[in-house]
Design a protein around this ligand. Sequence first.
Ligand SMILES: [Cu+2]
Length: 167
Amino acid sequence: MAAAVLVLQAAAAAATTYTVGAPDGLWDMQTNYAEWVAKRTFHPGDKITFTYSAELHDVVEVSKAGYDACSSANNISAFRTGNDVVALTAPGTRYFLCGLTGHCDSGMKIRIDVVAAGSSPMSPAAAPTSAAASSTAGTGTTTTVGLAILLLLAVLHHHRAIIVAPL
Ligand SMILES: [Cu+2]
């Protein structure tokens, strides 16, 4: 189990393509997207894929205002192939909704926060940071051990001097 988690984290460290809603859902009327995004961290370079029946839904990228109001009137872009890949190229928040009447109001909207690598504890940059922290700690330990050895040598030397002196 721990190994599986590590593998997942390693996979997340590289550019990842996420199928929106998967594995428990898809781009549909049932999936809780707030819950889905909460379990994931999106970084620049990642992609999200909207998979759905093109007869039933579409995907519209909107502004925050559009997202809040469930309005696709001033959309940024629209997709309707049923298998739409969106590249998350830069840090920031992206908003998507289904443009079909009533679907967004029923919860078919998703907000994706794209965070720079390093701003999340699970990000790849966190590893070098903690590695640096532990190597700093390692240096501290080495210094302490080195001092202890020096002290020991000094004591031994002093001791020997005492032993040697009478000879
Ligand atoms: Cu829809």
